[in-house]
Design a binder for this molecule. Structure first.
Ligand code: FAD
Length: 409
């Protein structure tokens, strides 16, 4: 067992930790930086796993956060296939699965999220896949090349993107089963979610809303059929489940870091946890958002990316608040794509035409814009971000009127 010291210990080999490492160096950190992640791959971007990588258009190298040689060039020590087993944040010591003990000056906890698993009859059959890591996307791609019919469970962004990619790139017949009536409805409402629902249906995805899986049936140990509570019997060659994630706070909890109401690591606006010098970022970070005026925990690529930067600055003592408005993007094959700033809720005010697939939906609560979703109107999001951060009242008629220059509001 070796004991050694680093200036900055970054726990979790995902995007938040990787971008934190990058910004530590860009902002002048000179001492040892160690990034410890339990996956076999160096840090990579997850969005391609349901999109270009699954479709076979992007390679593993395309998905990497940085090429392999970059870590050495930056003098950042990268330990893959290694877990932090124990964290003593007050003594500032971590114990790794290699039994090494690492003393640190500051630490980032960025352990991400784990998929929610379905515990139903037949759930252990082969051919039931989840989607989080490169290996999951590889396994689903292999199943798509060997099979013809898939059941996709869940109508959120994993379910919708996977269905689109399997249909468009692999010619797989997809049936989706979801609790909500309309895809993406819990995030964007029926009207806007209905647009994406329509696009999927138009391209042949069979969507079963208002239903849920009761059990899986199989033969020879392999899944062959999905039985729903609504009485459907859907034959399939494989299944993909996308029913949400839970922040992985196993290490943070055992380390005694305070957790928030949304189940993440409770952090200040500077992303510092309840123990000074220990920060959190990405899917596990529940921070006091200066933009929203309340605690937030958000599972978006852009949030993990930007929080990694904010954490790095604060690990170097800069004292900056994380005041970036969260941004999200999603593609359904090359059929359509969307961008979103928020999160927020309220009545939907549409600028443009949902039917024609070119619109910006503003979410307006008590006269104020809280979020906006664009399909083909990216420019409107800049104005939406301004409305969100200013919290000023905006006239609904003017938002909807294509003749109004949003810059004038
Ligand atoms: C398939 C997929 C597609 C997505 N598409 C989009 C998209 O289109 N747009 C968008 O905005 N967002 C998307 N997201 C969400 C976005 O990718 C995540 O929000 C982001 O990756 C979170 O980064 P993170 O660093 O917080 O966590 P993660 O990427 O989960 O990384 C955390 C890492 O920490 C490791 N770890 C955990 N515990 C330990 C420990 N004790 N010791 C060492 N390592 C540990 C984990 O194994 C994991 O590798 C997608 C997510 C997935 C899964």
């Amino acid at each position: 067992m070796a004991r050694r010291r680093v200036d900055h210990l970054l726990i979790g080999g995902g995007l938040a930790a990787a971008n934190c490492a990058r910004w530590l160096r860009e902002e002048g950190a000179e001492g040892p930086v160690l990034l410890v992640g339990r996956e076999p791959d160096p840090p990579y971007n997850r969005p391609p796993l349901t999109k270009g990588y699954l479709q076979g258009k992007e390679s593993r190298e395309d998905a990497l956060f940085r090429p392999d040689e970059w870590w050495g060039e930056q003098d950042i020590e990268l330990m893959t296939r290694t877990s932090v087993m124990k964290l003593d944040p007050r003594e500032r010591v971590a114990t790794l699965s290699t039994k090494d003990e690492i003393e640190f000056g500051t630490a980032l906890v960025a352990t991400g999220a784990n998929v929610r698993r379905l515990r139903l009859d037949g759930c252990d059959l082969d051919g039931i896949h989840y989607m989080r890591a490169l290996a999951n996307s590889d396994a689903i791609k292999a199943a798509a090349q060997a099979g013809e019919r898939a059941v996709v469970i869940g109508g959120s962004y994993i379910g919708t993107e996977v269905s689109a990619s399997l249909t468009a790139a692999h010619g797989v017949s997809c049936s989706m089963v979801m609790q909500e009536d309309v895809t993406l409805e819990p995030f964007y409402g029926k009207e806007v979610g209905g647009y994406f629902h329509g696009v999927l249906a138009e391209h042949g995805v069979e969507i079963h809303g208002g239903d849920e899986v009761e059990r899986f049936e199989g033969s020879d140990g392999k899944v062959r059929r999905v039985i729903t509570k609504g009485g459907l019997e859907l034959d399939c060659d494989f299944v993909v489940v996308g029913v949400g994630v839970m922040p992985d706070v196993t290490l943070a909890r055992s380390a005694g870091l305070e957790l928030g109401d949304a189940g993440g690591v409770k952090c200040s606006a500077e992303l510092e946890s309840s123990v000074p010098g220990v920060f959190a970022a990405g899917d596990i970070c529940e921070y006091d958002s200066p933009v929203h005026g309340r605690p937030m925990r958000i599972e978006h690529w852009d949030v993990a990316f930007n929080q990694g930067k904010t954490a790095a600055l604060n690990m170097l003592g800069r004292g900056v608040e994380h005041d970036v408005i969260p941004y999200f993007f999603s593609d359904l094959a090359d059929w359509t794509s969307m961008e979103y700033v928020g999160p927020g809720s309220g009545d939907v005010v549409v600028r443009g035409s949902i039917e024609e697939g070119e619109f910006c939906a503003f979410y307006v609560d008590e006269g104020r814009v809280t979020a906006a979703l664009s399909v083909g109107r990216s420019g409107d999001l800049e104005h939406a971000s301004r409305f969100i951060s200013s919290r000023a009242e905006v006239d609904r008629g003017a938002l909807a009127d294509l003749g109004t220059d949003l810059a004038s509001l």
